[in-house]
Design a protein around this ligand. Structure first.
Ligand code: LLP
Length: 413
């Protein structure tokens, strides 16, 4: 993308002053730009975009993305219910199950959403349901990718998808029960490193699709990466569409009218739009390491600790000064591993400086927890018009503890 949607340090500092820290801040203009960058990419092709809400399910963000004409990709019955608040058309909701229970399956059937089934056992259960008609199946294409082994879902040994060797069985089951598999799906992983892998998996699906007599759509999943380091190449969506379009045009020739294709990225829409703002609470020299201790941590942004993920950290109080100090940015959780960023060259920091942990819009707040019984951060949307909208108020320590006691049904004597 050519335009720079980076929020100014002044706007971020204002938000930190107004709402306090820790605080998640999202840039509305950036999210809209990401939506608009994909929506018309595949001109002349019936390509639909879904937003994988696990990346960021703040209702205001979901509403914003929905208003750009994008449906929802969900992976739990809870996410289905949440998505239903934003659309009355259940076929705009795609539900990729993973160890779904019978109760969840019954409920999903009642909701009328597109159900994507990832195992033969579950498929049989679905076909046995008196009210089931059609479903999609998730195929493991034996091509995986991802920014970390933990998010590579197309690896042949990963827990996801029906392996290619069992496809015949899936088709036979549908026949036995007189029901239809009307869609096929694959998602090879998150933060795909080599776009060729995505293209290769698409080819696998297009080829396998010949084995399904009742097909109405193919979903190629998400996983489009966004840059975190300056040296990361941005995923070139235009180039990707140029490579994929001829394949889809050719495929469409043998398809019935109304046939459609889907993509379902999450990170792509929101990662770069989000910042986690935090204040420096202590500065500590150990023998070789200088820590900047913050008022957030692994409970609010788990990515560094789970995936060794690298997020840019900017000191907003000195953002245009050269970095001549080496800092390790640590959190306030009682674990030595609670480090947000190791060994960063930054300008000299002062107590109370505001740090922006960048590219935190995806898999930040949705993965946050209340470990150490900490409060969750508030969330704010900086609007296109220059306004500031509180989209999830924070709770005080007292409110957090009271809510916890209440949720446990524990009444203080
Ligand atoms: N579709 C399915 C079936 C998925 O499982 C996922 C992500 C997506 C779509 C969206 O993937 P995306 O476009 O956002 O890469 N917590 C990890 C990422 C986990 C992704 C899980 N599935 C992280 O912080 O990097």
């Amino acid at each position: 993308m050519s335009e720079d949607y980076t929020l100014s340090a002044a706007r971020l500092l204002d938000a930190a002053s107004e709402f306090g820290t820790p605080l998640y801040v999202y840039n509305e203009a950036r999210i809209k730009a990401q939506c608009r960058a994909v929506i018309r990419l595949f001109n002349g092709l019936p390509v639909n975009w879904l937003y994988a809400i696990k990346a960021n399910d703040n209702p205001f963000i979901m509403q914003l993305i929905r208003s750009e004409g994008i449906g929802f990709d969900t992976v739990s019955y809870e996410e289905v219910l949440l998505s239903k608040s934003f659309t009355t058309n259940p076929t705009e909701i795609f539900y990729t199950e993973n160890s779904m229970s019978d109760a969840e399956m019954d409920a999903a059937i009642q909701e009328g959403v597109i159900l994507n089934i990832g195992s033969i056992k579950r498929l049989e259960r679905f076909f046995q349901h008196p009210e089931s008609k059609t479903c999609c199946i998730r195929i493991n294409p034996a091509i995986g990718d991802g920014h970390h082994a933990k998010v590579n879902t197309g690896d042949p040994e990963s827990k996801f998808g029906i392996r290619i060797g069992l496809i015949g069985e899936a088709v036979a089951l549908a026949k036995t029960y007189g029901k239809r598999i009307n869609g096929i799906h694959a998602h090879i992983g998150s933060g795909i490193k080599d776009p060729e892998n995505l293209i290769a998996a698409m080819k696998v699906l297009l080829e396998l699709s010949r084995e399904f007599p009742d097909l109405e759509f193919i979903n190629f999943g998400g996983g489009m990466p966004t840059p975190y380091r300056d040296s990361d190449n941005a995923f070139d969506m235009k180039r990707f569409a140029e490579l994929a379009s001829p394949m889809l045009h050719k495929d469409l020739e043998r398809r019935p009218e109304d046939f459609r294709y889907y993509f379902e990225p999450g990170r792509w829409f929101v990662a770069q739009a989000g910042y986690l703002l935090t204040r420096v609470q202590t500065i500590k020299d150990q023998i070789e390491t200088t820590y900047l201790g913050t008022d957030t941590g692994m409970h609010h942004l788990m990515r560094p600790i789970i995936y060794d993920a690298w997020h840019r950290v900017v000191n907003l109080n000195s953002f245009n000064e050269a970095g001549d100090r080496l800092y390790t940015v640590s959190g306030n959780i009682c674990e030595s591993g609670d480090i947000l960023a190791f060994d960063r060259m930054m300008p000299e920091a002062k107590m109370n400086d505001v740090l922006a942990i960048c590219d935190a819009g995806a898999y930040g707040m949705t993965m946050a927890s209340q470990y150490n019984r900490r409060a969750l951060p508030a969330e704010v949307l900086l609007t296109e018009g220059g306004g500031t909208k509180l989209i999830r108020p924070g709770k005080s320590a007292r409110q957090t503890v009271n809510r916890f006691l209440e949720d446990c049904g524990f009444n203080l004597p």
